[in-house]
Write a protein that binds this ligand. Structure first.
Ligand code: NI
Length: 383
């Protein structure tokens, strides 16, 4: 391929992002998205690693041997009806790229193309992951199961951040996003006539005790320096005014940044809930559904990723941790790496129906990712 001029590449990437945006696909259903990416990669003679993935794919640039660095993007959309006013808005009712994964995939494609242009001089290999199903938290484990990361030395991932100005790259050493766990609680008691509560054991009163006691989970169990969140988001019971129901159901989420606090809150929550059930003589079930752990950035690679932001003409900023979830955390259980936020300076938060991406950030993000991968390989060569 002839050397692609960067302005043309920037325009192509924006057009490609708009195409992904028009045809969003939900987690594990990204068949067309995968086909579009495959076609782009093939057009640029970029090799695609043969892996048993249902959706999503992994590209590779560089010599067949040599150290391996991984760049990770994600490709799935959300079950949200788009309310933005862009010309390329979603053509799929109820499905929208409201988290900017169309941007991540396009930026990673751009990085692959830029790396391909310098393939002959690369001191190692770069694998570019286009990962499916980030929103379910299960896409990363599927990639890991294929062995795609077995030889990799380090991994880098990006997420757009509307709250950071465009041109700013944010990261930090240590925890950057939270472990996202879900719980549900089922209370089974004995219903009664509303006028004769002594004949039952009111599950609504028990549910209220659980909601109150949950407020002490963090204040009395988590060290003050270790942030955490417990939110109860659903409470269902009863169907009319003069009958005390025989059951209640609650659901919510716990967000933690350290594994020790995560384990402690699960244990204390379970004890409190089951203890209250015993105290009120009702049958209580506590179910804990573990999601992705916290993204915990390797200190060396987080610092390195910020340095490379400056080297590629962007502004590096150390940011605060955020209690959102990210299945990138699963990769970091396998190998060191850093997750970085890319500022877009947009008014709407992630997952908002009017969410937007600043296209001016796309090519600079591709350049940054390519620079980061090459610099990481060079640093390994010197090490
Ligand atoms: Ni996202």
């Amino acid at each position: 391929m002839s050397q692609l001029n960067e302005t043309a590449l920037g325009e192509q990437l924006i057009a490609f992002r708009h195409e992904l945006h028009r045809f969003p696909e939900l987690s594990n259903q990204e068949f067309e998205t995968t086909a579009r990416l495959r076609q782009q990669l093939e057009q640029h003679q970029i090799r695609i690693v043969d892996l048993p993935l249902k959706t999503g794919l992994v590209a590779e640039v560089g010599p067949v041997q040599g150290p391996l660095i991984v760049l990770r993007s994600d490709i799935d959309a959300l079950p949200i009806e788009e309310q933005s006013d862009v010309a390329f808005r979603s053509e799929r009712p109820g499905v929208m790229h409201a988290c900017g994964h169309d941007f991540h995939a396009s930026a990673a494609l751009g990085a692959a193309i830029l790396l391909k242009q310098q393939e002959a001089t690369l001191p190692g290999r770069v694998r570019i992951l286009f990962q499916a199903a980030e929103e379910t938290g299960q896409g990363a484990p599927d990639v890991i199961a294929t062995g795609a990361l077995q030889e990799a030395v380090a991994i880098f991932g990006i997420h757009n951040d509307p709250s950071l100005p465009p041109g700013v790259v944010g990261s930090k050493a240590g925890a950057l996003t939270a472990a996202v766990d879900r719980f549900d609680i089922r209370i089974t008691g004995t219903g009664s006539h509303a006028a004769k509560p002594h004949q039952g054991n009111d599950p609504i009163v028990i549910a209220a005790q659980i909601v109150s006691a949950a407020q002490t989970l963090i204040s009395r169990n988590a060290p003050s320096a270790d942030n955490a969140v417990v939110s109860i988001t659903q409470l269902h019971s009863g169907s009319t005014w003069n009958v005390i129901p025989d059951s209640a159901w609650l659901e919510g989420t716990v967000r933690t940044f350290s594994q020790s606090t995560r384990e402690r809150l699960e244990q204390r929550f379970r004890e409190i809930v089951l203890g209250l059930g015993a105290a009120f003589a009702a049958e209580v079930e506590f179910n804990w559904h573990a999601g992705p752990p916290a993204v915990v950035n390797d200190a060396h690679w987080a610092d390195f990723a910020l340095q490379q932001a400056t080297a590629s003409g962007l502004e590096a900023r150390v940011v605060e941790a955020s209690p959102i979830g990210e299945d990138f955390a699963f990769y970091q259980q396998q190998l060191p790496g850093a997750f970085v936020m890319i500022g877009t300076g947009e008014p709407y938060a992630l997952h908002h129906p009017a969410f937007r991406i600043n296209d001016a950030v796309l090519l600079p993000t591709s350049r940054y990712l390519a620079q980061l991968a090459v610099a990481a390989l060079r640093s390994l060569e010197q090490a």
